[in-house]
Design a protein around this ligand. Structure first.
Ligand SMILES: *Cc1c(COP(=O)(O)O)cnc(C)c1O
Length: 248
């Protein structure tokens, strides 16, 4: 396993961010892609607000959070910084109100019930929200997201929710040491995006592909990722096991 040095000071964050950005740029160039077409979303779950301030000072303008409660707390703690929040974890309808209030992007849309709850709350607030639709590309029971078969019908329903601006798709690959298997998940998402575009480009917006994390973002970029969600390679190894976020 890669080890992930922890970042505390502004300088630590500058170093880690520059290293990750350099790897992103190399992976993009290696795939014949424009490095600027890949955005880096720092995933700040479990990292407390005082350290996040240092990350903001080192240049972070966005943070991704898996859990709504945690996002809400940090949104309040860091309100003065103007940093933006992407919620990247499965949402229950009773938390739609909080996401509508604090998120600048929601990457884990996976049901019409959640779409409806979010849209209703957003209408009340007079806000719109960028959303990505989560797809389960690994076929693992434990992963959230629509099945690839359900995606086209789901996308066709979303224009009814006028506060939601669909920007593309998101996935988590299989947690596997087999690079071909991981890469295969990313290829599935790209293929789904391409087919959605062919069918009706209006339903998929710019067709973003949010895929790739600390352990696999280079493979994701090779398959067309436009947003990598990176936590540990920026902030340091996380003590909380991943099963806390995606049960297995
Ligand atoms: C935690 C998390 C990530 C980042 O994982 P790292 O291993 O810290 O890079 C990416 N996506 C989602 C949905 C996550 O919950």
């Amino acid at each position: 396993m890669t080890d992930y040095p922890a970042a505390h000071s502004v300088d630590d964050f500058r170093t880690n961010l520059a290293a990750v950005r350099a790897r992103i740029d190399d992976a993009a160039r290696g795939a014949g892609r424009d490095p600027q077409a890949v955005r880096l979303l720092p995933v700040s779950k479990t990292v407390e607000a005082d350290r996040l301030r240092h990350a903001v000072q080192a240049g972070c303008e966005w943070f991704g959070e898996n859990k709504v409660q945690e996002a809400k707390r940090k949104h309040a703690d860091l309100a003065d910084t103007g940093v933006k929040w992407a919620v990247i974890g499965h949402l229950q309808t009773n938390k739609a109100k909080d996401v509508a209030a604090i998120a600048d992007e929601f990457q884990a849309l996976d049901s019409l019930r959640v779409a409806e709850a979010l849209d209703r709350r957003l209408q009340m607030l007079g806000r719109g929200l960028d959303v990505l639709v989560q797809v389960n590309t690994s076929g693992e029971e434990s992963k959230f997201g629509l099945t690839p078969d359900d995606l086209p019908g789901f996308l066709a329903e979303l224009p009814a929710f006028s506060s939601l601006r669909v920007r593309g798709l998101m996935t988590l690959a299989a947690l596997s040491a087999d690079a071909d298997r991981v890469r295969g998940c990313f290829a599935v998402l790209r293929d789904l995006r391409d087919r959605a575009r062919d069918t009706d480009p209006d339903l998929i917006g710019p067709g973003e592909l949010s895929m790739g994390m600390s352990g696999d973002f280079e493979l994701a970029i090779a398959e067309g990722s436009t947003c990598v969600r990176v936590g540990q390679a920026i902030f340091g190894a996380r003590a909380t096991p991943d099963s806390h976020y995606w049960p297995n």
